[in-house]
Every structure is written in C-alpha cells, then in structure tokens.
Design a protein around this ligand. Sequence first.
Ligand SMILES: Cc1cc2nc3c(=O)[nH]c(=O)nc-3n(C[C@H](O)[C@H](O)[C@H](O)COP(=O)(O)O)c2cc1C
Length: 137
Amino acid sequence: MLEFLFRRCATAILPQEAKKMIAAIQPAFVATASKNGKPNVSPKGSFRVLDDEHVAFAEIASPGTIANLKENPQVEVIVFDPATWGGCRIRGKAEIIESGDLFESFKSQFAPLKMKVHSAIKIAVEDVAIMPPMKTG
Ligand SMILES: Cc1cc2nc3c(=O)[nH]c(=O)nc-3n(C[C@H](O)[C@H](O)[C@H](O)COP(=O)(O)O)c2cc1C
C-alpha cells in the first residue's frame, strides 16, 4: 500500500485527523449500492461527525441513496479537498432514522433554509482511510 497516498486505519474509531477533515470539507460524497449492485453516488453537504464511531447526514433530496439503503445498508463516503488533495474515506453501515434527537436536530438546522428533512441517516463507522494532503491549498 502506498502510505503517502492512502493510509488505511482499519479501525471503527474515527481518528481526530478524519474528524477535522469532515468538519472542514463539504460536501461529502456518499456511495451506495442496490441489492443487485446498482451504484449511486451523490454529494451531501449536511454530512457531519456524531461521535468517535458515527457520522450522519440529513435526507433532504436523496431518492437514489435512500432506495439503495433500503435494500443494502452498506455505504462508502469520500471527503476530499481539491485544494490540498487531502481527505478521508469512511466505510460503514447506515440506518434510516425518522424520529428522535438526531432527526430533530437536522430538522431545526434546515428549517431556516426552508428545507424539509425526511430522515436522518446515521452511519456506524466500520473502516477509515486517511488521504494525507499532497499539495498546499
Ligand atoms: C453541494 C450539494 C450538497 C447536497 N447536500 C445534500 C444533503 O446533505 N442531503 C440531501 O438529501 N441532499 C443533498 N444534496 C442533493 C442530492 O445530492 C441531489 O439531489 C442528488 O442528485 C440526488 O441524490 P441521490 O443521489 O441520493 O438520489 C446536495 C446537493 C449538492 C449539489
């Protein structure tokens, strides 16, 4: 493995480096697949860290992502800064949540923008890889 390009952490715990990248870089690109392997990837500006083992985003307008998640909860997410070529990749298992604190928190966040949140997608992190920055921004 070329460590300077892609450092696999092989851990379900988000390193501090990854948390900082997720907070600083938007949107994240969320990839899903149907049960037959039909892929879907799209940007999610609401993507955020919940705690050391979970990330999440708001479902506002994500029909392709949700259709796939209903068949297959596995996701892979790329957080990438084109200015530095740094970022991280997160693999995990998603859960569609339609009530509770996380859902209410996303609803309040997007209500002032007149955006309706249909659900919160909570992802239990299974694997993290860091792409160290390769150029100055
Ligand atoms: C920069 C950007 C950020 C976005 N962020 C979100 C988001 O956080 N949640 C969401 O549901 N849709 C978001 N969208 C919209 C979906 O990604 C967009 O409707 C997409 O084409 C369809 O989503 P799908 O691939 O999941 O069906 C965003 C779109 C853009 C261009």
